[in-house]
Design a protein around this ligand. Sequence first.
Ligand SMILES: [Zn+2]
Length: 458
Amino acid sequence: MADAAKTCVDAALAALSGYLRIPAISCDPERADDVRRLAGAVCADLRALGLDNARVIELPGALPVVAAEWLRQPGKPTVLIYGHMDLQPVKGEIWTSPPHEPTVRNGRLYARGAADDMGGWVSHLFAIKTWLELTGELPCNIKLILESEEEIGSPNLERYMDAAPEVFSSDAMVLTDCENPSTSIPGLTTSLRGILEATVTVSALTADIHSGLWGGMAPDVSTGLMTLVARLVDDDGRLREPRVAVPLSWQTPAWDVPLDTKVIREGAHLAPGVDPLPCRGHPPAEHLWRQPAITVLTTTLPTAERKKNALRQSASAILSVRVAPGQVDAVVKEAITRVLTTNTPGGAKVEVKWAAGESGAWLYSPQGPAFEAADRAYVRAWGRPLLQIGVGGSIPFVALFGRRFGDLPLILNGVIDPLTTAHGPDESLDIGVLSKVILTNVYLYAELGAALGSRRDP
Ligand SMILES: [Zn+2]
C-alpha cells in the first residue's frame, strides 16, 4: 500500500496540473465558465475513479459544488472530505513562470492553487485510487464535497448545506485547506481569529475653520481621531483590551511551534533593520493566533489634494479588529467603543458603527478517537503526530463547519507549508509534502474506519 501510494505521485501531479491549467477564479464573473468547466472535468474524473453518484450541484446565483461518495461499507463510519476548486486572482502579480501553467522547480510545483487548495483534495483522490486499485474497496465510507466559492468567503456554502444535507451528513470531517508549520511537521488547525469592522467618526465643527486663528482653541478632528485610535493600543501597537488569558498549556512544548525571528521576518516581509514586535514573555504564536489585533484600514484624513491651513469638520476611519478565539464579540465591541467615546477632545462627538455579522472566531478542542486515529496515520507517514496550530486570519467556511458540525470530529489539515505563498505570486506545493499527504490519507481512512463507529446513515 505504501509503495503504491508513493509511486502514484507522478500521476497525481499530472492530474493536478490538468486542473491547475483552468483559471477557475471565483471572484471574476468572466471566469464563471472556467469554474464550471473545472467542476465538470473533476466530476467526470471522480466517476472514472470509481466513486458513486458523482454530480455537479448548482443553486441559483451560486457557483457549483461537486459531490461524490463511496458508501459500500455498512456499519463503518462515513468520512466527509471537503476541499475547494476555485482560485484567487493573479492580477498585478509578477510570477517566475505563468500562474496557470504548472511548472516544477526544485521539488515544488508552481501554479495558482497548487497548494490552496487543489493539492489538498487531489491528495485524497489518489489515496482513494490507491485503495480501490489494490483492494477494490475503501476501509471506511467516504463523501467528497468540493466547493468553488471558498476564495470569495463561501457565501453560498450554508445554502448548499440546507439544500443538500445528505451531501454533508457524516461521522467525521476532513477539511483539507489548512497549513503545516513546516514540510516535516504536519499541522492540525484548531483555532481561527475572527474579524469585526468598525467605522469611527469624530465630528467637532460645523464648518472648516482657519487653523491659525483657532488652532489650539478648537478641537482638531484629525489629531483627535489619531489620538483616540492610539489609545486603543500599547506602545507595541497591540490592542490594550480586551486581552485573553491564555491557558497554561501554551507554556508546554506542544505549543512550541517553529515561529522564530527568521520565519517571521520572511513571512511578514519586514524591511531591512525592522524587527518583529517584542513578545514580552509570551510565545510568538500567542500574539498571532490567540490575542486580538487591530488595524486601520482606511481614513478620511485630509490628503495632499485637500491640503489647506484649516481645522476640519469631521474625520473617520475604518478599523478592522481580529477577535481572538474564545473572545465574545459583544465584549470586544463594548471595550473598543468605550475607549473611543470617552474623554474625547473638547467633547467632540464620536460615533462608532460596527458592521453587521459575527466575527467567526473559532476555538476547537481536538479530542477523542478520531484525532488519535489521525495522529497514528501521521506518525506512520510523517514520523510524528499532528502539531496543533492556530490561524491568525479568518476562514469563513471553517467557522461555518464549526457552527453547523462542531459536534463531529473536524480534522483541519492540508498541503500548505510556509513557502507556499498562498494568494501571492509564485504559489507552490512541496512535492514531498504531497507524497506524504497521499500516504497519510491512505492510512487515515483505515485508522478512522477502525476507530469510529457509524453514528449516521451513510
Ligand atoms: Zn483555500
